[in-house]
Design a protein around this ligand. Structure first.
Ligand SMILES: [Zn+2]
Ligand SMILES: [Zn+2]
Length: 267
């Protein structure tokens, strides 16, 4: 079975420490076909301040070390998780022009600069109001992002729920954003792009059901699967379960990307 992890972080990410070689070792041992490295380029940092310091060189070095070791065993793609793109469109245009780049995830990890830029991870969600204050602004940023062409797949659409519900015990849900999500999904679908199922290291599978049903209802067919691993032992976690869920919901393929062009692989 084709199984590809299209969301992983190495030591080139501010919150990662594993070498790409170590991540690839786990990917090969656990039977993955492809591994796409998607290190962070967050244009708003964890303090909500602009950060345009990203450089490709460390990623290129990791790829140059790992690829020859796994030749014929595992395909390693060059990707990027681009956060906060809507704040700096010119920077993004240049960034994603890298000729070796296979895949770009578009992410919203922070409030907009105008709203203080705070990283959702650092919010203490104490009430329903706290959750919906953040979610209102989260989807406004995602809608702005969806208008841009610097990404291929919208990353972890359900992202803030990790912190609101799983970590802080709230019960936020996305139902009230259905009209806005439909607009976002249609925009992404009409421009030949898609969304990912992010298993959050195998912890969020079933949480995706409502969002995937909505995406499908909007005509969405293009999906990538990713573990969001930041440690080598988490590579590929939850991908098999994610395949089972998307099959159950009627999706018949997943995408891989070569030089930012999707190829659909039948499940
Ligand atoms: Zn992310
Ligand atoms: Zn990530």
């Amino acid at each position: 079975m084709f199984l590809a992890d299209y969301h992983t972080h190495s030591l080139c990410s501010f919150d990662g420490s594993a070498s790409l070689t170590d991540l690839a070792q786990t990917a090969a041992e656990t039977g993955l076909t492809e591994l796409c490295i998607t290190d962070h380029c967050d244009l708003l940092n964890t303090q909500g301040k602009p950060d345009l310091s990203f450089r490709w060189k460390p990623v290129e070095e990791q790829l140059a070390l790992a690829r020859p070791l796994f030749d014929g065993k595992l395909t390693i793609r060059m990707g990027l998780e681009l956060g906060g793109a809507w704040e700096f469109p010119d920077f993004c245009r240049e960034l994603v022009a890298h000729p070796g780049l296979d895949f770009v995830l578009g992410s919203v990890h922070n409030l907009s600069l105008a709203d203080g830029g705070v990283d959702f991870y650092y919010v203490n969600y104490k009430s329903e109001e706290d959750c919906y204050y953040v979610l209102d602004r989260y989807f406004d940023c995602m809608e702005r992002l969806s208008e841009m062409d610097c990404f291929d797949v919208l990353a972890h659409v359900i992202y803030p729920l990790r912190y609101m519900n799983s970590r802080d015990g709230q019960h936020a849900s996305l139902e009230r954003y259905e009209p806005q999500l439909r607009r976002i999904f249609r925009r992404v679908i009409d421009t030949g792009r898609g969304i990912e199922v992010n298993t959050c290291r195998g912890e969020t599978i079933e949480d995706w059901r409502w969002t995937l049903e909505l995406y499908k209802d909007c005509g969405g067919t293009l999906l990538t699967l990713g573990s969001d691993a930041h440690l080598s032992q988490d590579v590929g976690k939850g991908l098999r379960e994610a395949v089972a869920l998307v099959r159950e919901l009627g999706f018949d393929s997943v995408a891989r990307y070569i030089k930012r062009k999707p190829e659909m692989i039948r499940l």
